[in-house]
Design a protein around this ligand. Structure first.
Ligand code: ADP
Ligand code: AMP
Length: 213
């Protein structure tokens, strides 16, 4: 099963993708996580990506598309995967569709987690991230068992550099301009499914699993 997660920054894509990955045993691939681990490791890719990420801008397609297509060519992706944060532009979506078509494959589901902008700011200010394993928490709705420490790998949790309110506003603007058109793109392909992302996360997960079967 090949799945794309759509939704504004902070809609809950990563949170749900983690659960879907566990239930359906397919890898969770987050382009944001790949960039953040490169930043942490100090690679050239990380340095380049950080310039854009810190400003709330998208990393250019020339960097992002090749990186993602390489990743989904991996052995662990043969039975499918769940993409979180990719595609984010129409050229990214078209490159993905074309690359899959060459192998006789396609995206089976594009799950759009619908959350209005007003709800996003509160979510982002309470988000805490593990830069080692990619797990995400919220200080109110999903706190870790031990404050400031990742349940899964024991790493110290951090506030992401791009979760400052001014950067979040910029990211929302970029989302509406560049990423929202993908909803129509996948609707035309007949694979779009929308869930109400304002519900508690267990409810959102139940709605998604009901759609996936
Ligand atoms: P995205 O991957 O779409 O940017 P995240 O999965 O990181 O979003 O979620 C953003 C923040 O909102 C996190 O702090 C997460 O714990 C919290 N969150 C996710 N889903 C819900 C939900 N259904 N209700 C309340 N908070 C949520
Ligand atoms: P995320 O972890 O999905 O919230 O992504 C964090 C940041 O990484 C984004 O604001 C972008 O700067 C960058 N990024 C992640 N995925 C992409 C993508 N598919 N295309 C361009 N930039 C991306």
């Amino acid at each position: 099963m090949r799945i794309v997660m759509l939704g504004a920054p902070g809609a809950g894509k990563g949170t749900q993708a983690d659960r879907i990955s566990e239930k359906y045993r397919i890898p969770h691939i987050s382009t944001g996580d790949i960039f953040r681990s490169n930043i942490k490791a100090g690679t050239d890719l990380g340095k380049k990506a950080k310039e854009y990420m810190d400003q709330g801008l998208l990393v250019p397609d020339e960097i992002t598309i090749g990186m993602l297509l390489d990743r989904i060519g991996g052995e662990d992706c043969r039975e499918g995967y769940i993409l979180d944060g990719f595609p984010r532009t129409i050229p990214q979506a078209e490159s993905l569709t074309d690359a899959l078509a060459k192998r006789g494959e396609k995206i089976d589901f594009a799950i759009n987690i619908d959350v209005p902008d007003e709800a996003i700011i509160g979510r982002m200010s309470g988000r805490r991230a593990c830069l080692k394993c990619g797990a995400t928490y919220h200080i109110v709705s999903m706190p870790p068992k031990k404050e400031g420490i990742c349940d899964r790998c024991g790493e110290k949790l951090v506030i992401r550099d791009d979760d400052k309110p001014e950067t979040v506003q910029k990211r929302l603007k970029v989302y509406h301009e560049q990423t929202q058109p993908l909803i129509e793109y996948y609707e035309k392909q007949g694979v779009l499914r929308t869930v109400d992302g304002t519900q508690p996360l267990e409810r959102v997960f139940a709605d998604i699993t009901a759609l996936l079967g």
